[in-house]
Design a protein around this ligand. Sequence first.
Ligand code: NAD
Length: 503
Amino acid sequence: MSALIQPTPRAQAFFDAPHRLLIGGEWVEGRAEPIAVENPSRNEHLTTVDAASDEDVDRAVAAARVALNGPWGRMSGRERAGILFRFADLLDANAEEIAEAMAYDNGQSLAACTGIVRVLACEIIRYYAGWATKIAGDSFLPSLGGARANTQFMVSTLREPIGVVAAIVPWNAPAGMMGLKLGPALATGCTVVLKTAELAPLTGEFFGRFFLEAGGPPGVLNILHGLGHETGAAMARHPGVDKISFTGSPVAGRSIVQAAAGNLKKVTLELGGKSPIIVFPDADLDALVPATALACFVASGQACMAATRLFAHADIYDELVQRVADHADALTIGDSLEPGIFLGPLISARQRARVEDYIRTGIAEGARVANRNGFVPWEGAGNFVRPIVFADATADMRIAQEEIFGPVLTAIRFDDEAAMLRDVNSTTYGLSGSVWTNDITRALRVARQVDSGQVGINVHAAVSPETPFGGNRESGWGREFGEEGLLPYLKTKAISINLGPRD
Ligand code: NAD
């Protein structure tokens, strides 16, 4: 690792500035205990952000309700689209500044963070800006019986914004997650109270700043920082919130569902994963080796759709697993601001300890570390974990069942397709997956039987704004992206019109 990289003067000025909450168009002090933010590449203090108390949550929800009933609620789709396109353009124009702050607080490489802002956040907001002018209902002639059988009716349906949305995002790709929540919520005309993740909160301020600069009315987007079990929980149980859009862990997802029961809020959940890569002997191994490493070790394995289980056919298992392990050994690790790094640190010392415990568990369970030097814990500052490839694992091991959220790949040998598919579907998760073969019949047969929200054929995690994304089983409720991602922010009203007696 090279010498310590210093923030640019612009980033340093940002870190040194106060980090307030955006409520009703004003940046205000939070009334809860402020939160210290650390640079995970160095375990050094970066800055401190204000946090929202229950009272701050009340004020933000009230501001969002006022905005819903104000000029925003009366705007045409074209006007909302105009604001959203300007919003995306401002984020795009300032992507490098946003990405630098994000790289410092979440530890992912500057190149990855820039991509998350430009390719994920901006493109999603633009995609949903396009939808703002295309939200339409339906008209039809219903069939009524009984005393109304001789009367003609027409039904016209309207799609209306669901109301005040509480959006809660995780730390692993904060800008992408914010774009994904804000794009559909704002395109449909909802108003939002968004809580950043306490481990990487800084990106949220840019979204608040540029939304206002794009002409977004005050109160339409409110940004809070705060702890999950305090600020997040207060949002989840708040009677003034109509819908929660949550991305995070299944544990938090469960408590949100319980808290939302009070006023029966609508809830969408994007939770964890334990996604498989399934490889048949005819797959192109030259392409597969780097693709597997990318799919598993991207963001140091801290990605919900990371391919963390490699199901390789016995004919190619030994060769593939060793090549992936050698590839993993050659990946560059370092400070998130260091040019050319592939793996940055994990988000926190706690997460690093948790991942290392899983590696020790895998060894104790009898899996073999295929990396040439075995498991070598990182020495020195930063929450780094070298990528690990476990060979000779079985599908029932904890390292093959539980979400580790670190750079750990578990490789399982198979020769029987049906047994392999039972193992693939044996976890509580069902988020993503991929099948690698040049036999299209086999590819489609297997893809159909993988119980997950999305499956790639000769590609893993091909995320795009148009493609529905979400999880089965404990990986979540509902879908984001595409038209399906718009629907949870809308409620349908059916207006029945009496046209008089039938002739
Ligand atoms: P987390 O659940 O601890 O935190 C996520 C967010 O929820 C944070 O903002 C946190 O403050 C908040 N939160 C925590 N407890 C809460 C509660 N009781 N009430 C309300 N809010 C609460 O998750 P994390 O550790 O930040 O992120 C990792 C998890 O997120 C992994 O399981 C990962 O798979 C998942 N994830 C899923 C997707 C997806 O799209 N499916 C994307 C990214 C991350």
